[in-house]
Design a binder for this molecule. Structure first.
Ligand SMILES: *Cc1c(COP(=O)(O)O)cnc(C)c1O
Length: 225
């Protein structure tokens, strides 16, 4: 039977081993539990066994789940890992500690304006569509440096790094060149933190420099939908 503590044990040792293989300090790798479609009981169980940071895909679902019984107070941070629609900006800014999915200047400006209104700094990542896929969100590789520079003057945004979801593949090795490209792009732009790696490919992502792993299935088991 699937058990969250067993899953966490396995994930933790896989993180250690992958970091060791490339001489990285495992402490610079942060686990973000991708908790979309999970219940409050599941996230509470994960928290009980030591998960400190959660990532939700939908603003509404994240707010509803984590505000219930004030569970948000028990964790270190809640991230938004899915796309952010304009009409959800007011709710998302200030609630999510890190927004992974900024992919246009227009969106960045709107987040900045709301953060200014709330007198806070909002931490963000730029999502890069690393495979150039029609179906995916994210800014193209070509436009990434333009977006990074355009965001710099926005006084209420703190740009921490880049995020990506590579094309789905059977073999995690096929994701390696995408992760490597993201890191090199970031480094060239003076960024050194990367949200990359999911349940199927996080070990490769660690080897290529991931600093946040977004893991759902590996921690909570298969989703029903
Ligand atoms: C669901 C999701 C994940 C986690 O996916 P798993 O394969 O279950 O680990 C990571 N990132 C994003 C953006 C997601 O939507």
């Amino acid at each position: 039977m699937f058990s969250i503590p067993d899953a966490l044990d396995q994930v933790s040792s896989a993180i250690q081993n992958a970091a060791n293989r490339v001489g990285r300090n495992p402490n610079e790798i942060t686990l973000v539990a991708a908790s979309k479609t999970t219940t409050l009981d599941q996230v509470k169980e994960a928290e009980k066994w030591g998960v400190r940071i959660f990532g939700e895909n939908r603003v509404q679902e994240g707010i509803a789940k984590f505000l219930e019984s004030n569970f948000i107070k028990s964790i270190d941070a809640l991230h938004l890992i899915g796309p952010l629609q304009s009409n959800k900006i007011k709710k998302a800014v200030g609630f999510f500690d890190l927004i992974h999915s900024v992919d246009s200047l227009k969106l960045a400006e709107k987040i900045n304006r709301e953060a200014e209104r709330q007198s806070i700094m909002q931490s963000i990542l730029i999502e890069v569509n690393i495979g150039g896929e029609e179906s995916k969100n994210g800014v193209s590789i070509k436009e990434t440096s333009i977006l990074v520079k355009a965001i710099q003057p926005l006084t209420h945004l703190s740009l921490l790094g880049l995020m990506t979801l590579p094309p789905a593949t059977e073999n995690p090795e096929e994701a390696r060149p995408y992760f490597s490209t993201l890191r090199h792009m970031g480094n060239d732009l003076g960024l050194d933190r990367f949200s990359m790696g999911m349940s199927s490919d996080f070990e490769v992502a660690i080897e290529e420099g991931a600093t946040w792993l977004r893991l759902g299935t590996a921690l909570f088991g298969r989703r029903n939908h």
